[in-house]
Design a protein around this ligand. Structure first.
Ligand code: UTP
Length: 442
């Protein structure tokens, strides 16, 4: 998208952002080109919405939080849903959608979070655990589950390199589709774009809600349709226990003709920081962030959302046509002083904006909220230490693999770490069958 300096001047002046060009005279040719490209990329309608949000004009009315009822498995319901999900997988109707564009700042790892090594024996990264599960689905059901991976400007190249370096973990590269999410500028206290260097506007990823626009912009929804996809399994990069495209979950969503299905788990404590699904009336639901609840309200929600969803492709297409609400955070944003040097402020000096994927939930006409067993499927790597860290996730993985091994008749001493390649076994019963056939390598 080319833009001339005259065009840039005009659009910036029209939007009260002329200061963006204040160092123009000092920039060399390459820096000028880069700045013009950045200006061309900015959607000033979005910036206007950001300014409105700061002025408090766009404040959405908050629903009164009322916990949603959850569906629990009964044996009959599970087997019916499982069969329906297996049929969809056999017909190649299911895709996996991984959001991996985040900056992983809490973990503090230098690289895409998916490249963080978590395998206790293999030393393999988070991406390996996701990719090998998807490989297993192809082996079991005979059709590929196309794997869409959302990256961002900062980690796209490193993410692709991680897959290439590991031979796509055994997947066919034609079925691994990387796409980049968008970036959003930040605004200073007076609603102005922030220059972080003389020729660069500060931008950061636009949140996991940016998935919808990025899917459209990169032709992924069209690609899904061309591949005959109906159900899209959505998950986050940090949870290696996730049961990707779990047939029962996919099947329950399909049997319910639902737009969206959410897995919900029991919170570890009333104050655990998880999103809460609230009833809005008329069969509709919304998801409230933990930070928006008072402690007393949060305590009423026994279940939380770990961001494991199934969407129908039709719903994603419909939701992508709408603007999503903005979430704002007061942050420390590097800025460029009058002398052109970048300063890292000690206190918050501006606002970052993000979209959250769960904000499409109220538009879903039919929703399934499914309770699941947290110990089997959820232990994210968010922080460097303490709760939700590599250590707690490692323990959860060990416990899960040991349960599977025990169920398969193998008792392993506590002191011996174990690891199961997700491509070989997707559940305890499959591991047992594999061990009986002696084709499982441990
Ligand atoms: P989190 O907010 O938990 O993780 O996002 P993060 O952004 O990687 O880490 P922090 O908050 O900086 O420590 C949950 C999921 O959403 C993805 C992340 O990659 C993760 O899988 N995400 C988040 C995006 O894909 N894009 C974003 O802009 C933000």
């Amino acid at each position: 998208m080319g833009m001339t300096i005259e065009q840039a001047k005009m659009v910036l002046e029209q939007n009260g952002q002329a200061h963006v060009l204040r160092f123009w005279g000092r920039l060399d040719r390459a820096a000028r080109g880069a700045l013009l490209r950045q200006v061309a990329e900015i959607d000033f309608k979005d910036v206007a919405r950001m300014r409105q949000t700061l002025e408090g004009k766009a404040g959405a009315s908050r629903p009164v939080p009322r916990p949603a009822a959850v569906t629990r498995w009964t044996r009959g319901r599970h087997s019916e849903a499982f069969a329906a999900g297996e049929t969809l997988l056999r017909k190649g109707r299911v895709a996996a959608l991984l959001v991996a564009g985040g900056q992983g700042s809490r973990l503090g790892y230098d690289g895409p979070k998916g490249a963080f090594k978590i395998g206790p024996l293999s030393g393999m990264p988070l991406f390996y655990f996701h990719a090998r599960k998807i490989l297993r689905l192809k082996r079991v059901y005979g059709r590929p589950v196309p794997f869409y991976i959302m990256t961002s400007e900062v980690n796209d190249a490193a993410t692709r390199a991680c897959f290439a370096e590991h031979g796509y973990f055994g997947l066919d590269p034609a079925d691994v589709i990387f796409f980049k999410q968008g970036v959003w500028p930040a605004l200073d206290e007076s609603g102005r774009l922030i220059l972080e260097a003389p020729g660069r506007i500060f931008v950061s990823p636009d949140g996991h809600g940016g998935t919808l626009r990025a899917l459209v912009k990169n032709g992924c929804l069209k690609d899904m349709a061309a591949r005959g996809i109906r159900s899209v399994f959505y998950f986050q990069v940090d949870n290696p226990l996730v049961d990707i495209a779990d047939p029962a979950f996919i099947g329950l969503h399909a049997l319910g003709r639902a737009d969206m299905a959410l897995k919900l788990c029991r919170k570890n404590s009333p104050s655990e920081t998880m999103g809460a699904v609230t009833r809005l009336g008329g069969g509709r639901y919304g998801l409230i962030e933990y930070s928006e609840l008072t402690p007393a309200q949060a305590a009423r929600f026994k279940y939380g959302s770990p961001a494991i969803h199934v969407f129908s492709l039709g719903f994603l297409k419909r939701a992508a046509r709408k603007d999503m609400p903005l979430h704002v955070a007061h942050k420390k944003i590097p800025f460029c002083a009058d002398d052109g040097l970048t300063i890292k402020p000690a206190a918050p000096n501006g606002y970052k904006f993000e979209k959250f994927i769960f904000d499409i939930l109220p538009d879903a006409r039919t929703v399934v909220n499914l309770a699941f067993d947290r110990a089997e499927e959820f232990s994210p790597v968010k922080n460097a230490e303490g709760v939700n860290s590599p250590e707690t996730c490692g323990l959860a993985l060990q416990a899960k693999w040991r349960r599977w091994l025990l169920a398969a008749g193998v008792a392993v001493p506590d002191s011996m770490p174990v690891e199961i390649d997700p491509a070989y076994a997707g559940c305890a019963a499959e591991l047992k069958r594999g061990l009986l056939m002696r084709d499982v390598v441990m």
